[in-house]
Design a protein around this ligand. Sequence first.
Ligand code: DUC
Ligand code: ZN
Ligand code: ZN
Length: 477
Amino acid sequence: MSHAAFDLVIRNARVATASDTFDADIGVRGGRIAQLGAELGRGEREIDAAGRVVTPGGVDAHCHLDQPMPPPVRMADDFDTGTRAAACGGTTTVIPFAAQEKGQSLRAAVADYHQRADGRAHIDYAFHLIVSDPTPQVLNVELPALIAEGYTSFKIYMTYDDLKLDDGQILDVLEVARSHGAMAMVHAENADCIEWLTKKLEAAGRTAPRFHAHARPMLVEREATHRAIALSQLVDVPILIVHVSGREAIEQIRWARSQGLQVFAETCPQYLFLTAEDLGIDDSYRGARCVCSPPPRDKANQEVIWNGLNDGLFTLFSSDHAPFNYDGTEGKKPGGEEVEFRHIPNGLAGIETRMALLYSEGVLAGRITLEKFVELTSTNPAKAYGLHPRKGTIAIGSDADLVIWDEREFVLHNTQLHHAVDHTPYEGMTLKAWPGLTLSRGEVVWDGREFHGRAGRGHFLACGAPSLLPRRSARPA
Ligand code: DUC
Ligand code: ZN
Ligand code: ZN
């Protein structure tokens, strides 16, 4: 028998990239895409895609896995269950956060996070850093060294007591991003306004989950977005505003772009599919499941987000998966108690549903093109964090991280999902598609029915320089 030309050939694929959709066979060798073309030679293994859409595997560039929390709270997903869920939902690369605790060295945070991921991940992963304590040692020594070693992005918080930086600290960190070519991500909400509103609500006895949204109106996001833009302008460095929730923040970003500023933006499924009503229309505690920050807004804002996805305002579509169980003692009811909204762990599950939600309600509902879907969910995240073209596209030499889509209607239930969270915010939604096959470096990790990963098969990826923009030379001294 003649030797096969490829390890795997996917036949008759409708290949979608961020720029084109075309019909081709995909030849895979050594975990990479070796050839694209008509009537490729034989593969050891052959999969007939029969005209089905094949996209690059998703790159979820904003998710939280096994991130340490103040006890008794604990994230439900670690690298095993979180990356398993990601793969079953068509995501083949994740970029969670190595978070520095105040007083801790960044190095120690990174070492701790590697331990959490090592031997557990089913798909490839990189890390963003969270800088919560920008000491001179961190700014001058640790951050530059870590950037050079492949941790080329970091998140800055403008809210949360244990994480937030003041404006001067933000300027210091942005300056490091500028001089070392890193990507700065900003969580833009005004902490003092939130605290002031929270105290007023508490004094009035308004502590049910739904008041979380009252304590974080869009104004606090708008103000912080504007300030983040101004700080980045002062330092002359691009920034990326994460989890943008609606109109007022978008207006700030459009204004910045109109001034020629390099401001990138990310949004997430919760701002397309949930509203503040999901936090409760009465004082029931069940709304705690949808407590996240910024909070979901209303239907009109969902439309504004759709427009921004379609017209290029948004660069990235990420999950912001922050997995907490509803029941038990470690999640939304810390210690088993129904607590005041200020103490409810922020975040919702979405790592497994991100791709299918946007494919169903974006592509198949005619709101965005297939190419835009690929750009937002895979190509741009890979470029923003220096993983392209190894990740984020279907091209010769790229990793064979692929999704073959099944277009069929079904009703989503949490029992179908593979995360370790006891609910999904999208329970009962009718979806029109789900990944029928997910390949990670040429290996089938999800076949539409069963998961075939292996803990530890996921590799750590050192990130290169962000490639959304041409490299600029450093500012002259
Ligand atoms: N908000 C964040 O900033 N991070 C995780 C989850 C959330 O709701
Ligand atoms: Zn955030
Ligand atoms: Zn987040």
